[in-house]
Design a protein around this ligand. Structure first.
Ligand code: TPP
Ligand code: SF4
Length: 278
């Protein structure tokens, strides 16, 4: 029996890359449990979109954020209870579009959360509009004559913002993706895994990725080499592109404090607020 599954009926299109992400994540959770993690210490936050449905299909605790705001929610959860592992599932429209500033600042401050981006180059749930990672020429309801914009490179953006762990995976390479998820969640500090996720209905990129995705041999050592790996377009490199150690935000800000565990009772807080306002 799959004890990570739920009763929810899966409504993703057959062949959607999201199935690979769900499968790899379940495998990663089991590996982390085998290493001693308690799944009750894992919190899932999901954005709004096809990607967000992953939370419906996972028997784990969590929270649906607003579209574009789930990275902010995840940071709040981590600050309130730093003992928790917080994983956020977001879409490329959700987080590189509406929520861009949240993910940039989460990376800058090294917030100890893991962001998993279902990057399908389209706003899937709302029927295929162009996102910041849609390729030039992309046809959709918002770009009927083809997008005239160049996409931006999210990995280069995250590196520039100071992310301490940056990786790219491919939804069709399940074991490789599982390993990326385990490493990202184990990493102390901000981690982002950008997952190349074919959307069979609005942006079917299986052939493109099968022909160009290449596994990195090793994590680049210098920042410049990480940038070089992220920038490549002749091959799409998958693997860990950056992995460095730095103090996470919650420890810099709070030391060993755990606000959720040491918080005052409502009555004491009300008394303190009344006193402050008097
Ligand atoms: C603030 C706000 N703007 C727009 C919407 C409508 N909306 C819901 S899902 C979605 C698209 C999601 O696209 P993406 O984040 O790329 O995820 P996908 O569906 O492709 O997984 C949009 C625009 C919303 N719910 N809230
Ligand atoms: S529309 Fe695209 S992203 Fe949504 S379920 Fe179908 S294949 Fe997946």
């Amino acid at each position: 029996m799959d004890d990570l599954a739920t009763y929810a009926e899966n409504t993703w299109c057959p062949g959607c890359g999201n199935f690979g992400i769900l499968g790899a994540f379940k495998k990663a959770v089991r590996q982390l449990e085998a290493g001693g993690m308690d799944r009750r210490d894992l919190v899932v936050v999901a954005g709004i979109g096809q990607h967000g449905k992953i939370f419906d299909y996972l028997n784990l605790s969590g929270f649906y954020g607003l579209h574009g705001r789930s990275v902010a929610t995840a940071q709040g959860i981590k600050l309130a209870n730093p003992r928790l592992k917080v994983v956020v599932f977001v879409g490329d429209g959700d987080t590189y579009g509406e929520g861009l500033s949240h993910v940039v600042f989460a990376a800058k401050r090294n917030s100890d959360i893991t962001v998993i981006v279902h990057n399908n180059g389209a706003y899937g749930l709302t029927t295929g509009q162009a996102t910041p990672t849609s390729v030039k020429g992309f046809h959709g309801p918002s770009t009927p004559r083809g997008s005239v914009e160049e996409p931006f490179n999210p990995l280069m953006l995250m590196l520039s913002a100071g992310a301490t762990f940056v990786a790219r995976g491919y939804a069709a390479k399940l074991d490789h993706l599982t390993d990326l998820f385990v490493r990202a969640i184990t990493h102390e500090g901000f981690s982002l895994v950008d997952v190349l996720q074919p959307c069979v209905t609005f942006n079917n990129t299986y052939d493109l990725y099968n022909g160009s995705v290449t596994e990195l041999d090793a994590t680049p050592e210098s920042f410049e080499d990480s940038m070089g790996a992220a920038r490549r377009t002749d091959r799409l490199l998958i693997g860990v592109i950056r992995d460095v150690v730095a103090e996470p935000y919650h420890r810099l800000l709070l030391g060993d404090l755990r606000p959720a565990e040491t918080r005052r009772s409502d009555a004491r807080r009300l008394t303190a607020i009344r006193k402050a306002l008097a």
